[in-house]
Design a protein around this ligand. Structure first.
Ligand SMILES: [Cu+2]
Length: 751
């Protein structure tokens, strides 16, 4: 829903929190750089660190000042504790929390696995970090992307950095960075002894009989914190709008648990070690030929942050193991007869180290180094029964001992010049090594492809160089202008390079686009390199200090961001042919580099209509996103470009009450990727209502989503393969319908 909330209940905010937040906001408004973690992030963290464990009181002091990219924010989108608390009743899918942020769209996948798209670039083109750890989807259909491993209720904050991003916020991506963090450990105050906090929450969604149960428990002294976070969610196939018919293969169940130990180290340091497990016993994929029948992720990561005389140090070390299985859930026929098993296993480990070094009052130097090792095996055991002849008698090895290692190093210099000018410049190298072992197929019919693949040199080294330069000018105290350029690179993933079989069955299994097409890897793929220019123009009302010396948020803000990217060697496809299956033509393609361009505009704004002690605060907000993407050689549309879309929200807050009406409008999708037979979709308008009330430690949420029960197709949802399959291919293969009206309710109790 809406990404800003005016909060009037200042009497309920502890004074120290309010001061911290305002200091941070003032620093931002005074023309401090948008990428300035030392001020914006440090103090935001400090404000969050003193907050209660859950965002129960309906107050988010930060959010007034960082309203999803509409103020003068350090990021293009920010979801704080309150925004997440407002949204998590509506979805068990962490990526879906980002819905409605300017420039952001979601590519449809399973119930907890949407793939975020930023300004037309999605999936692997966006770097997704959870507590600084990059997580790779280990599946030929990308069913288990990074955000599927963390539940919405366990998220502390999400920052979105689009397009021109500082090199210190990650390499090996061309679309931007989504940085998810869990709440900071809550140490007890000095002399407070042992402090125990916790909360339990539950949510229900009528559209799929969805249920989420979650809880947190932490015990803290002034030096140590031990905490647990757990979440369980399930949902049946959801009902589509209009006729309420359920959409096949959209069911899921998942649970995650994390245990963390944090300790103060020295005067200013914190060491935190987290261990987590995630188990997804089933998740349907309506736009894929396969479903997830098991996914188990195990991870351990350690973080150390400390301040020294020379600056700040932030270091992370991590390990993650994933076991993933696909087959057919009951909607697609089940696998009592063995079905078609497909397995994936991956290991990742690595570290990141970064240092912020203030050189003078005006200059900050940032340096960092990181290494990411990733190993992947993907194999498909032989199939029994009628299909044994085709898919047997041997195991099919898609990726055998694949590795993708990356060493990244960067240096970044930030300077405040005075007179309203500030700048940031960074240079980064990411060397990426990929390779894989020899492969073999089910039987002799795969021998020719396998022999050719095994005979060739499969090791590749990409030396990628990224650079970012940004300039900001504060025009008085009511406007800022940002101008930025970035060169950013992404090396191909292991499937793009090494999915070796040109056979129809095998290549139909390689696609994360939800399109049913047939993809063949290409070892000669080069990294894609985006050259992006963007400018961001922000205006906001002048602000004046109130009687306490604090400053309320500006009465209105508007932000306009046009952008243009020329992408050399965009990882696209070239057509090998057409495969007609049950009367439907699918594209058979090989991954191939082609130059492409993306361009567009994000517009967002908000205004406080009134702010009154008796009537509360009424605010309006809105956003508009327009993006285009084309190949340069033939002007064909790029895949999964969100059509023109906008939203308008009205929000009201009074005491413990917070209510919102949100209208989302999406234009017809007519610019499509013809090479991949991308379907067009009609335009639609959705109305959502949401309200919450907090009494002390209890919070109740209610919402009606898709109030009018509108029937519509998801523009980035891919094909409705599940229904087509369940209907024995007797109906046309259409676009995936979106969910119909849902009554949602949530309850949270904290102690
Ligand atoms: Cu999979």
């Amino acid at each position: 829903m809406s990404s800003f909330t005016p909060r009037p209940q200042e009497g309920r905010i502890p004074p120290f929190r309010r001061r911290l937040a305002r200091t941070s906001a003032l620093a931002l408004m005074a023309g401090t750089l948008p990428w300035l973690p030392t001020v914006a992030y440090g103090q935001q963290d400090a404000a969050d660190a003193k907050a209660p464990v859950v965002a129960l009181p309906a107050i988010d002091v930060d959010k007034d000042f960082v309203p999803g990219g509409m103020s003068v924010p350090p990021v293009d989108g920010h979801l704080g504790r309150q925004a997440i608390a407002d949204r998590r009743t509506g979805t068990p899918d962490t990526a879906a929390l980002l819905s409605g942020l300017p420039g952001m769209a979601l590519q449809g996948a399973g119930g907890i696995s949407s793939l975020p798209v930023i300004r037309g670039l999605g999936d692997d083109r966006v770097l997704t970090l959870v507590n600084n750890v990059p997580i790779t989807a280990s599946c030929p259909n990308h069913m288990n992307p990074a955000l599927s491993y963390i539940a919405p209720g366990d998220v502390g904050a999400i920052d979105v950095l689009a397009g021109v991003t500082p090199v210190s916020r990650g390499g090996d991506n061309i679309g931007g960075t989504i940085a998810v963090t869990t709440p900071d450990p809550q140490f007890a105050g000095e002399g407070q002894g042992l402090a125990v906090h916790g909360d339990a929450s539950t949510a229900f969604r009528s559209v799929n009989n969805g249920t989420t149960v979650g809880g947190h428990l932490s015990a803290a002294t002034d030096r140590y914190v031990v905490s647990y976070a757990g979440s369980w969610s399930r949902g049946d196939d959801y009902d589509r709008g209009g006729d309420g018919k359920s959409v096949n293969s959209t069911l899921f169940e998942t649970q995650s648990h994390a245990l963390s130990l944090a300790a103060r180290v020295g005067e200013d340091g914190v060491l935190e070690v987290r261990g987590g497990v995630q188990v997804t016993p089933y998740e349907g994929f309506a736009n894929q030929r396969m479903d997830m029948t098991d996914n188990r992720g195990t991870s351990v990561d350690a973080h150390y942050k400390a301040g020294f005389a020379w600056g700040r140090l932030d270091a992370t070390a991590y390990w993650q193991h994933v076991r993933h299985a696909m087959n057919f859930l009951a909607d697609k026929g089940g696998y009592d007869d063995g079905g078609m098993p497909m397995n994936t296993r991956s290991n990742a480990d690595g570290y990141t180290v970064k240092a912020d070094i203030p050189l003078s009052a005006a200059d900050t130097l940032r340096v960092g180094n990181e290494f990411h090792h990733y190993a992947l095996d993907d194999w498909w055991p032989p199939v029994g029964g009628m299909m044994a002849m085709m898919m047997g008698p041997n195991t099919f090895h898609t990726i055998n001992g694949g590795t993708r290692d990356r060493l990244g190093t960067y240096v970044e210099w930030e300077r405040t010049w005075g007179g309203g000018w500030s700048s940031l410049a960074g240079l980064r190298n990411d060397t990426v090594w990929t390779g894989t072992g020899t492969v073999s197929g089910y039987n002799a019919s795969y021998a020719k492809d396998a022999a050719a693949f095994n005979a060739r040199d499969r090791s590749r080294t990409d030396a990628n160089v990224d650079a970012t330069a940004e300039l900001r000018y504060a025009v008085g105290d009511q406007a800022t202008v940002d101008l930025g350029y970035a060169r950013k690179s992404r090396s191909p993933n292991l499937y793009e390079r090494y999915a070796w079989s040109t056979g129809n069955m095998a290549s139909s299994m390689i696609t994360w686009n939800g399109d049913g097409n047939f993809y063949v890897g290409n070892p000669d793929l080069k990294p894609e390199v985006a050259n992006t220019v963007s400018t961001s123009l922000s205006w906001h009302a002048a602000t004046a200090a109130d009687g306490e010396g604090a400053t309320p948020p500006p009465a209105w803000e508007v932000r306009l961001t046009p952008y243009y990217s020329y992408i050399e060697d965009y990882i696209s496809q070239r057509r090998l042919g057409t495969v007609v299956s049950n009367g439907v033509s699918f594209a058979k393609v090989m991954f191939a580099n082609r130059d492409a361009r993306t361009y567009g505009v994000d517009l967002s704004g908000r205004a406080t209509v009134w702010r009154d002690a008796d009537l509360g605060v009424l605010g309006v907000s809105g956003s508009l996103g327009w993006v285009r993407g084309q190949t340069v050689s033939d002007d064909d549309g790029l895949y999964h470009m969100m059509p023109l879309n906008g939203r308008i929200g009205v929000e009201h807050t009074l005491g413990g009450w917070h209510g919102a009406v949100d209208v989302q409008m999406v234009d017809a999708k007519t610019k499509v990727d013809h090479l991949l037979n991308e379907p067009t979709t009609p335009g639609y308008t959705l109305v959502n209502l949401r309200g919450s009330y907090s009494w002390g430690n209890i919070r109740v949420d209610v919402a009606i989503e898709n109030l009018m029960d509108k029937a519509y197709a998801l523009p980035l949802g891919g094909i409705d393969y599940g229904d087509w399959q369940a209907g024995n291919h007797t109906t046309p293969l259409g676009s995936l319908p979106g969910p119909g009206r849902s009554f949602n309710a949530g309850l949270t109790v904290a102690f």
